[in-house]
Design a protein around this ligand. Sequence first.
Ligand SMILES: C[S@@+](CC[C@H](N)C(=O)[O-])C[C@H]1O[C@@H](n2cnc3c(N)ncnc32)[C@H](O)[C@@H]1O
Length: 266
Amino acid sequence: MNEAELVFTEALNCSRMDLYLKKDLPLDKEKSLRISSILKRRLNAEPIQYILGKTEFMGLEFKVAEDVFIPRPETEILVETVIEKAHELMSLGAGELNIIEIGTGSGCIAVSLAKFISQAHIIATDISPEALNIARENAKTHNVENRIKFLKSDLFDSFAISDKRYAICVSNPPYIPTAEICQLALEVRHEPCIALDGGCDGLSFYRRLAKSSGRFLRKESLLITEIGFNQLKEVKNIFQNFKEFKIQKVIKDYCNIDRVVVAKRI
Ligand SMILES: C[S@@+](CC[C@H](N)C(=O)[O-])C[C@H]1O[C@@H](n2cnc3c(N)ncnc32)[C@H](O)[C@@H]1O
């Protein structure tokens, strides 16, 4: 739905179809006040997802609030890649599939994976307790809370010392260079800085993922990450310099931008 449709379906409590097919939708005072209040906040560059308190991702509804990064459509490519790889692994006989997600935010990746891969058992981490609370709520809404363990952790710091149980580590880490954050659209600057800031060159999380994830991945396991615009060359170098990973695949988004990197633990 476009933003106007989102505002009107919310305020009039109707479906998108109703907006176009029902000619006499009642617009009482309460509903018009609700529309004015939404528009006032939107004119202040507040993202529509925060105003409505929800968004859609992988065809599922997720609660969002100012404490949490708003799921982006391109991240669905990351999730679809993990689902495809998970099915490949399961066709080779893997029973349970243990997955780590680093930086879960609203939980959109972990919850979608649990929803679409019935054998998936996921540990989803975030450094933000507020984000983890929302992620837990989303897992409950979608009835997958029994297959996702949410953990407050600075990347892998709260994990057991070494546990090579995991077949996949997935992450959409913060990847905006610090100096560029103040130039982002006003809407994006409403989002938590901790979800955006990838350090001085935007790549600090890829270095940390490459350095630490090997302790939890066995041979042939996969590290699957979303990357930012023009980061492919550097991210490839980072993963390959650690000599524990080999780049298996790069997937572009709908704007033909390199968006997802699949690296195999060797
Ligand atoms: C770009 S957001 C991604 C959120 C969600 N996975 C998604 O794709 O919509 C990055 C997330 O990483 C979390 N984060 C930032 N620093 C972290 C750290 N050191 N350890 C774990 N998570 C971190 C942020 O709180 C944020 O939720």
